[in-house]
Write a protein that binds this ligand. Structure first.
Ligand code: NAD
Ligand code: DAU
Length: 347
């Protein structure tokens, strides 16, 4: 890590997709102590952390961010908290919002309370571009109003407001990052890109919500992690930083690019009912973080290629997730029949 300001971290939600990539990056950079604190929900996976056990600086604690005693204990000796822990899937928040309020808002407040009590030097709240809501044109800037439109994004906006309250009231040194749609290794295969990749491998239908013309700004996970690191190290206390990949793509175009890369048949594409309240577009201005020296380094095509290769090489990681909890979830819930319809598409 060279001459970095912070060297001892609590990484909450570090057994999930972005958090595990981030914990690995900290350890590879020479951090003195990295405590991954994670409840291990359906999305948390100890297999994401297996290679980290080789680092003496690494420790894993299974716990819930809503539990003040567990949080206080895990924080011993840490300088900074990076909070990834969340319920993160919009579709699930449409089925049941209470876990989102519990973890994303209450859990964040528990962490903030502990941070103030224990004199934590830096608090990083990992948030999302979804707090801006649907953006028909132009690019969201950090001072734009919050207009979340799903229970997930509303809970993330609520968490941000709590962070701001603790910064203003108690002088907590906190920053917020707002990342865009992230993809790469270790992403749970219910999100668009890993779902499409693994469905192509399994010759399953590729479920496109509505017309598939919704646009997202795709960000490679390591670029997202580097952005969080830069904001943590160099960001101004109390400030918010957008992190976007600068790769705006419509969902159908993403799927076509993947099919092209994987030599998959377009016949797999299956239009299904649209997501309720589906935001059509998110897009970020990232000038503020770029002024601190960060740039996304991975082109979308290169990032997709690496991601496809990772899923190709790691079937033993994703197959059990799709065969077990994941399938059961979709069989019971929203859009299940359409998405897991095993009949030949178009038949
Ligand atoms: P993920 O769902 O893969 O991981 C979330 C992790 O949090 C899991 O390991 C889970 O076990 C853990 N967790 C959930 N509830 C917990 C609790 N109560 N206590 C402790 N741990 C708990 O999510 P992700 O995609 O890696 O996202 C990480 C963070 O980044 C989230 O806060 C999300 O809102 C934000 N974000 C994600 C994206 C994206 O595209 N994936 C983009 C921008 C921001
Ligand atoms: O924008 C950042 C957000 O990106 C994060 O805050 C969230 O945690 C993360 O899950 C992601 O949210 P999205 O809802 O944008 O991601 P998801 O992968 O679920 O969907 C991406 C787009 O693809 C969205 O327009 C819905 C569409 N979609 C998704 C799935 C799973 C489909 O058309 N078919 C699908 O099967």
């Amino acid at each position: 890590m060279g001459e970095t300001r912070y060297r001892r971290f609590l990484v909450t939600g570090g057994a999930g997709f972005i958090g595990s990539n981030f914990a690995r990056m900290l350890l590879q950079g020479g951090a003195e102590r990295v405590v991954v604190f994670d409840k291990i929900t359906y999305a948390g996976n100890p297999a994401n952390l297996r290679d980290l056990a080789d680092y003496p600086a690494y420790e894993f604690v299974q716990g819930d961010i809503c539990d003040p005693a567990a949080v206080g204990k895990a924080l011993e000796g840490c300088q900074a908290i990076v909070n990834f822990a969340a319920e993160s899937h919009v579709d699930r928040s449409l089925l049941s919002a209470s876990e989102f309020i519990q973890t994303n808002i209450l859990g964040t407040q528990v962490l903030l309370e502990a941070a103030v009590r224990l004199g934590i030097e830096r608090f990083v709240q990992v948030s999302t571009d979804e707090v801006y809501g649907d953006v028909a044109e132009g690019y969201s800037r950090e001072d734009d109003p919050l207009r979340p439109r799903s229970p997930y994004s509303a809970s993330k906006a609520g968490a941000e407001l709590m962070v701001n309250a603790y910064a203003e009231t108690y002088g907590l040194n906190a920053i917020v990052t707002r990342g865009s749609n992230t993809y790469g290794p270790y992403q749970f295969p219910e999100k668009l890109i890993p779902l499409m990749i693994t469905n192509v491998f399994e010759s399953l239908p590729l479920p496109v919500y509505g017309d598939g013309q919704q646009a997202r700004d795709w960000l490679y996970v390591l670029d997202h992690c580097r952005g969080i690191l830069v904001a943590m190290e160099r960001g101004e206390p109390g400030q918010i930083y957008n992190i976007g990949g600068g790769n705006e793509r419509r969902n159908l175009d993403v799927i076509m690019t993947l099919l092209d890369l994987m030599d998959g048949p377009t016949e797999l594409i299956t239009h299904v009912e649209d997501r309720l309240g589906h935001d059509r577009r998110y897009a970020l201005s990232t000038e503020r973080l770029q002024a601190l020296g960060w740039r996304p380094e991975t082109s979308f095509e290169e990032g997709l290629r690496e991601t496809v290769e990772w899923y190709r090489a790691n079937g033993s990681w994703w197959r059990p997730l799709k065969d077990g909890r994941f399938t059961a979830y979709y069989q019971q819930n929203y859009g299940a029949r359409a998405r897991l319809n095993l009949e030949t598409p178009g038949a």
